[in-house]
Structure formats: structure tokens, C-alpha cells
Design a protein around this ligand. Structure first.
Ligand code: C2E
Ligand code: CA
Ligand code: CA
Ligand code: CA
Length: 276
């Protein structure tokens, strides 16, 4: 089911049986969380393999529930996406991330995840425009991460949305690349600046019997040919980094360089700088 199974509600299911009831309860708690400041963002560096410089930081939402402790975005984002609340969470994240980025060097971008539900909302470009105006951040320092799930809607609508966002000057990244269905047709018309290669390819890229390393090479090649950047996600180990580097990747995001960091640790990491 869309709920991703029972285990997803570990922190909520102990005292309740009905899944829908648990879901509603989490949603109510999330509304309170947003109002009462229980949500915050961590930032994970995207690093240039060659220079060791941080080129971008991806904002990732965190929720510390006063009684239940940390709830992962893999649990609460899908619940928020089943209601209007994702629009509020998304706008909050956009605003917070852009404010944080103002303290970083101008060469460092900030990436923010955008749900397909937000993307389907006609008012979304106005939300982005308002955040740009109020924070004063340079639009090309903001990268919006979209997944293939945005392509389910009407294609004229999708095209209009792309144009409206590109007109604002922000960058667009296609997240979790390779996990969906007809990725190549999406690339034909969509104005992405970057492709993010999904972690699942990296997980098996050191196994000779799998085609993952070759697929990474092909995606990097395709991306280069289309004039896009590529970030390879989820690199944890040195042997994975070696493979990914050999396949032509320039940008890497993964535990090998850094886990997502609290905002106050980001500055010192950038200052001390090098992940080489
Ligand atoms: P994502 O956008 O694909 O983000 C990357 C996820 O991979 C993050 O998990 C990150 O912590 C994790 N990751 C990065 N490098 C490694 C690695 O080397 N090893 C392993 N094992 N994991 C790594 P996280 O923070 O739990 O987020 C999960 C998902 O929740 C995100 O996947 C994204 O789909 C969603 N999400 C998080 N924050 C937001 C948000 O503000 N808005 C929306 N719409 N979705 C969000
Ligand atoms: Ca992402
Ligand atoms: Ca991803
Ligand atoms: Ca993902």
C-alpha cells in the first residue's frame, strides 16, 4: 500500500491498531510540529571529488517529536503529501534553507526537495518568487530537487510549471534518477540543470556481476551530452568512490564525505573546507 507497510509507523503504532487512525494522528502532530518549531533542517554536502570543495548543500527535513523522539522524513513526508500540509512544510523548508544559505560563500548552492504535490500546485512559482524576494538570495544558488513523480500530471501544465520556475532563474535537478520508468523521455523536454544518480546504483557498483558501474558511466555520459551536471548519491565507501570517479562522476554526495549536518556545523565544515 501507499503507506509502505506497517513498520513505517513504528513510533506511532504501539498503542494504536488502526493504520488510518495512526496516520491522522501523525498528521495532527505534524501540524503542531510546524507551529511549535519541532521541525528543522540538516544539510548534506555535495562535494567535488577533484577539489574537495563543497559545491552545494541539500536541505533535509528533520522532526523531533517531544515524546516520540526523531521521526524520519521517510515516515512523515508521505503522510504530509496525502494532505495540504506538504505545501506548508515545503514552503517552510524553502524559506529556512534560503536563509541559511545566505550565510555561506556565494559559490555554495542550496538544494531543496520539492514534492510532486507542491509542483502540481499552480501557486508554487509564486511561493518560490516570494522566498527569493524576501531572502534576497541569488536565484541561481537555489536548486529545486524534483522526482519523476512530477510527470504524472497534464503535460502542458508540467511544461508551464517548468517555464515559470526557469523564468525565476532557479536551477532544477532530477532526483533519484534511474529508479522510475521512462526517464529518457522526461529528459527530452524538461530543462533540468542536474541529474542525481540514485543510491541504489552505488550500492551495487563494486559488484562485477551487476551492471551498476556501467549504468553510472552511461548516465554521466548522457548527462554531459545534454549539458547537465551529475551528482552521484549515497557513496559510503572508498571502493565505491573509486568506481564512481573512474566512471567520470565529478560530484558526490554521501556518508563518505559527510552525513547531513545541523546548520551550525555547516559553517565550520565549509570554513575548514576540504574533504580531500
Ligand atoms: P532524498 O531526497 O533522496 O535524500 C537523500 C537521502 O539519502 C537522505 O535521507 C540522506 O540522509 C540519505 N543519504 C545520503 N547519503 C547517504 C549515504 O551515503 N548512505 C545512506 N545510507 N544514506 C544516505 P533522509 O534525510 O532520511 O531523507 C529521505 C527522503 O525524505 C529524501 O530522499 C526525500 O525524498 C525526503 N525528504 C527529506 N527532506 C525533505 C523535504 O524537505 N521535502 C520533501 N518533499 N522531501 C524530503
Ligand atoms: Ca533529494
Ligand atoms: Ca535522491
Ligand atoms: Ca530517495
Amino acid at each position: 500500500s501507499k503507506n509502505g507497510g506497517r513498520g513505517q509507523f513504528r513510533f506511532y503504532s504501539s498503542d494504536l491498531k488502526d493504520e488510518e487512525e495512526v496516520r491522522q494522528m501523525m498528521l495532527d502532530d505534524l501540524r503542531i510540529a510546524l507551529e511549535e518549531g519541532q521541525l528543522f533542517l540538516h544539510y548534506q554536502p555535495v562535494v567535488s571529488i577533484k577539489t574537495g570543495h563543497v559545491v552545494c548543500l541539500e536541505a533535509l527535513m528533520r522532526w523531533e517529536h517531544p515524546d516520540r523522539g526523531f521521526v524520519s522524513p521517510g515516515q512523515f513526508i508521505p503522510v504530509a503529501e496525502d494532505s495540504d500540509l506538504i505545501n506548508n512544510l515545503g514552503e517552510w523548508a524553502l524559506r529556512e534553507a534560503c536563509k541559511a544559505a545566505l550565510k555561506w560563500p556565494k559559490s555554495v548552492r542550496v538544494a531543496v526537495n520539492v514534492s510532486a504535490v507542491q509542483f502540481a500546485n499552480q501557486g508554487f512559482p509564486a511561493v518560490v518568487a516570494s522566498v527569493l524576494a524576501h531572502t534576497g538570495i541569488e536565484p541561481d544558488r537555489l536548486e529545486l530537487e524534483l522526482t519523476e513523480s512530477i510527470f504524472v500530471g497534464d503535460s502542458d501544465e508540467t511544461e508551464r510549471m517548468f517555464k515559470a520556475l526557469k523564468d525565476l532563474g532557479v536551477r532544477l535537478a532530477l532526483d533519484d534518477f534511474g529508479t522510475g520508468y521512462s526517464s529518457l523521455s522526461y529528459l527530452r523536454a524538461a530543462p533540468f540543470d542536474k541529474i542525481k544518480v540514485d543510491k541504489s546504483f552505488v550500492d551495487s557498483c563494486t559488484q562485477k556481476d551487476k551492471n551498476s558501474a556501467k549504468i553510472i558511466a552511461a548516465i554521466v555520459g548522457l548527462s554531459n551530452a545534454l549539458g547537465m551536471e551529475t551528482t552521484v548519491e549515497g557513496v559510503e565507501a572508498f571502493d565505491q568512490l573509486e568506481v564512481v570517479k573512474a566512471k567520470g562522476a565529478k560530484l558526490v554526495q554521501g556518508y563518505i564525505y559527510s552525513r547531513p549536518l545541523p546548520e551550525d556545523q555547516v559553517d565550520q565544515h565549509i570554513a575548514s573546507g576540504e574533504f580531500t
